[in-house]
Ligand binder design. Structure first.
Ligand code: NAD
Length: 504
């Protein structure tokens, strides 16, 4: 059962004074049993200009605070997240239905990105570049950009805010956070940890440095439309990105779009099948198939397909589906009925398009949880990559496709509109390098002998095509949160022009 009573205690330990946020606009339900766990007020859109003005004013000060000092704030936030890890993890499990391990893992991602950002705060380097002119030097600098809006999806309600905010803050930018209306409490709990860090940091942090706005898409749209918001980082479905992207382009606003995925695994005859099966199970059914990087397409060589299925189907049958708060559960509920219905619809479509249902698909635990939507993870064997396979169904539904030549497998991997994550299972160097090469996987992430999901924060995260084309988190993704200037400095007494142009 949902421990709603526990949740209230945990929320207050997280620093959330629920009555302060109460209202009638957003009804938050626990997917565990469908019970309403909070009713929250949305910020009236009319108040958004004030929120944005506060961030704009905060920017005037924050951009002048030295980056390593800004890093100190993020270090404090990381400590607060570490301290509150169990509580925030619990809120995530109650609100989104993640199993305990995954709720904790999500908060750990926040801790990890804070540590990464602290180191980064001393490494916001530009290059020094040689000049073709005597007595000249060229250098690059990275400067703070301006207020950053962070719009997040329900399925990573804590980590995606942390990924963006930790980097934005060390880069000198105030943040405005619009969490998913389906996961506002997890967003609030993560934000409260930042507020506590800001309190400790004292008056070095300007008012309005970090703000949270609760609401639905209209509140997010006010951020997207405002020319004062220098960067919008929006995570969610491709339809959301299709609306947000052109609006930002029209006002020349910067963007990071992190949208839907349709991730594949290629399993070749040179694969370690036992390893592949473990990876398939984690990446296809973890978070009940509700990760952007969830494995959705298994592209397996025809000669080993039956051997792989012989190992995979028993593993699917032994999955423990149930209350995500119970120890031992591996698959929790879907977020809501609409998600369950969408999965049923996709299975029907797949069958109409020639697919054969090999496992799962049925609703589970309906008697214990009449308002919770648990489902047996499904596997459908497909004769081809039909229309439904091209579509992201945000649920544990795995399509199996067969291939004969590696080139065919790579073509199948790439022949979908999305381009987030992919992987190959093979111990053959030639196959692996071909998959990773220029004519290989076209995704933002291509892995070898690990599944497509469960990325670490150190790498840049994101995908191509309808996934949005942008990157966030580690590596040099920080550059998107800064404005780059190229400075040419003349320390000679002459004024030579570039390209040898004479102008006298
Ligand atoms: P969603 O698109 O319904 O909502 C995401 C966020 O966008 C919410 O905060 C919502 O209020 C806001 N939003 C919706 N319409 C908007 C509009 N017109 N303008 C501005 N904001 C708007 O997505 P969801 O159901 O919460 O999340 C699931 C989707 O997110 C899946 O497609 C998944 O693949 C994707 N996702 C992608 C990544 C990634 O990094 N690529 C990560 C997590 C989730």
């Amino acid at each position: 059962m949902t421990t709603t009573a526990d949740l209230q205690t945990v929320l207050s330990r997280c620093g959330i004074d629920l009555p302060r946020y109460s209202g009638h606009d957003i009804s938050v339900h626990s997917p565990i049993d469908g019970a309403e766990i909070a009713r929250l007020a949305a910020l009236p859109v009319a108040q958004m200009p004030q929120v944005i003005d506060r961030a704009t004013q905060a920017f005037e000060q924050w951009r002048l605070v030295p980056a390593p000092v800004r890093g100190e704030l993020v270090r404090l936030w990381g400590e607060e997240l570490r301290r509150a890890k169990a509580d925030i993890g619990h809120v995530i499990s109650c609100e989104v239905g993640k199993i305990v391990q995954e709720g904790l893992g999500e908060v750990q991602e926040g801790v990890d990105i804070c540590e990464f950002a602290v180191g980064l705060s001393r490494q916001l380097h530009g290059k020094t570049i040689v000049s073709e002119r005597p007595g000249h030097r060229i250098m690059e600098q990275y400067h703070p950009l301006g207020p950053v809006a962070i719009i997040t999806a329900f399925n990573f309600p804590s980590a995606v805010f942390a990924w963006n905010a930790a980097i934005a803050l060390v880069c000198g930018n105030p943040v405005i956070f619009k969490p998913s209306e389906k996961a506002a409490l997890s967003g609030l709990a993560t934000f409260k940890a930042l507020e506590r860090a800001i309190e400790q940091f004292g008056n070095r942090a300007p008012a309005g440095l970090a703000q949270i706005v609760l609401g639905t898409s209209d509140v997010a749209e006010a951020l997207v439309d405002s020319p004062q918001i220098a960067l919008v980082s929006a995570t969610g479905s491709t339809p959301m990105g299709r609306t947000v992207g052109p609006k930002l382009a029209a006002r020349f606003g910067k963007r990071i779009l992190e949208l839907g995925g349709n991730n594949a695994m290629v399993v070749t005859p040179a694969a370690d099948l036992d390893l592949a099966v473990r990876a398939i199970v984690f990446s296809a059914v973890g978070t009940a198939g509700q990760r952007c990087t969830t494995l959705r397409r298994l592209i397996v060589h025809r000669d080993i397909k039956q051997a792989l299925l012989d190992k995979l189907l028993p593993a699917y049958r032994s999955l423990r589906i149930g209350d995500p708060l119970q120890a031992g559960t591996l698959v929790g509920p879907l977020i809501d009925k609409a998600s369950f219905d969408a999965m049923q619809h996709s299975i029907e479509q797949a069958q109409q398009q020639g697919g054969q249902l090999l496992a799962g698909g049925q609703r589970q635990l309906e008697q214990s949880f009449p308002h919770g939507f648990y489902v047996a993870p499904a596997i459908v064997d497909m004769p081809a990559q039909t229309a439904i396979v091209q579509h992201e169904t945000f649920a544990p539904l795995l399509y199996v496709l067969s291939y004969d030549e590696l080139a065919q497998a790579i073509a199948l991997n790439n022949d979908v509109p999305q381009g987030l994550s992919s992987c190959i299972f093979s111990n053959d160097l030639r196959e692996v390098e071909t998959f990773l090469g220029a004519a290989g996987s076209d995704c933002g992430m291509a892995n070898v002998n690990i599944g497509p999901s469960g990325a670490e924060i150190g790498g840049a995260f994101g995908g191509e095509k309808e996934t949005g084309g942008d990157r966030e988190s580690g590596s040099d993704a920080w550059k998107q949160y800064m404005r780059r200037t190229t400075n040419t400095i003349n320390y000679s007494r002459e004024l030579p022009l570039a390209q040898g142009i004479q102008f006298e």
